[in-house]
Design a protein around this ligand. Sequence first.
Ligand code: NAD
Ligand code: TYD
Length: 388
Amino acid sequence: MLHSDLQFIKIRAKDFISYMGPLFQNKILVTGGCGFIGTNFIHLAFDRLPECRIINLDKLTYAGNPANLAEYEENSRYRLVNGDINDRQLVDRLFVEEKIDTVVHFAAESHVDRSITGPGEFIRTNIDGTFSLLEAARQAWIGQEQNQDGEGVTAKSYRFLHVSTDEVYGSLGATGYFTETTSYDPRSPYSASKAAADHLARAYFHTYGLPVMVTNCSNNYGPYQFPEKLIPLIINNALQGRELPVYGDGKNVRDWLFVTDHCQALLAVLEKGKAGETYNIGGNNEKQNITIVKTICDLVDEKIGQLENKEPRRSLIRFVKDRPGHDRRYAIDAGKIARKLGWQPQVSFDDGIRQTIDWYLENRPWMEAVIDGSYKEYYKKMYGNRGI
Ligand code: NAD
Ligand code: TYD
């Protein structure tokens, strides 16, 4: 037998073991599943967990696109519920009707710039909404009687995974990394609302024994990301030959992770993680914003040729007014999840950014559909007074 065949058998055996893992046949409530990461997670979950049932509760805000998951519309193992996580009656009904045993909580207002111009919705969805879900899970899984004696119940077969961000830790200088024990120091309404939600989630573990796990991940990129975030916005503008807005001096640093790697990490946490624990997830891939923008320019030039005026796309770069309170650097130490759960990122930035640009090139109708009238208004509001 060839060495490559042996390797194939080994990989299949590994897959089989993970199918037999604790998520086999689970009833998973995914919140915000029509957003960027939720969509990628649901695609991966259907691939990896062929007998699970997924209930996707999504308010379908500007960021939620049910077409991302259209292929499951007729699938008896998938149900899309158009609703708000703040609607307690609805959430309670779903827990009972669907016998939910696993929650993967993505639903959030997720864009820092929007949180600066309109923080209210961030408080409602990210804080109140998380509270609503935690209460619903407590009621469904732990029950009123057991709560009254103050004893926590470790409901072994249940899992509540609260998906959060590294932005709760604040801003780093030139050195250092965020670990799971770094003190919280959020600086934008977005990160402050996520920090509050993280604290609530952990409090429900300590106080009520709700089997909560929290993950704090660095910046994601990949297919299905709404073009308000840096990478898809720059790809979209580069494809259209529009100016490319870089905030401040362009030297802010983010740690970039391909979205499928994040989703793999979430599955690892669900399957092998310990209730009450926090796991940092990161790509070990720090880049300055300006480097990202130049890389995208060069790759788009390589793939579809230079601009009509024969200039390279780098000529579209514009340094614009900075974001207020702009965090300088984020960097994650993802050592714990590597040691405890054996997760490591698989996709290099070079591969991931190429895959991402290819996806946007192959899915132009997707982009055209999401940059409708309201996106144009958004763009004017955010960039109109920034000097471009
Ligand atoms: P997104 O903005 O693309 O999607 C959010 C989804 O939540 C949308 O489908 C939206 O319709 C839905 N939603 C919003 N309010 C809702 C409500 N009240 N009830 C039900 N659904 C609602 O976000 P994303 O980038 O996919 O991020 C998902 C989660 O991951 C968020 O909690 C975010 O904080 C976290 N996170 C994101 C990143 C990143 O780089 N994007 C990194 C780390 C953590
Ligand atoms: P973003 O994608 O909004 O993610 P976050 O703020 O959550 O890290 O922004 C990533 C970085 O890119 C951040 O430093 C801000 C910067 N940025 C720009 O320079 N220009 C832009 O048009 C956008 C949207 C972001």
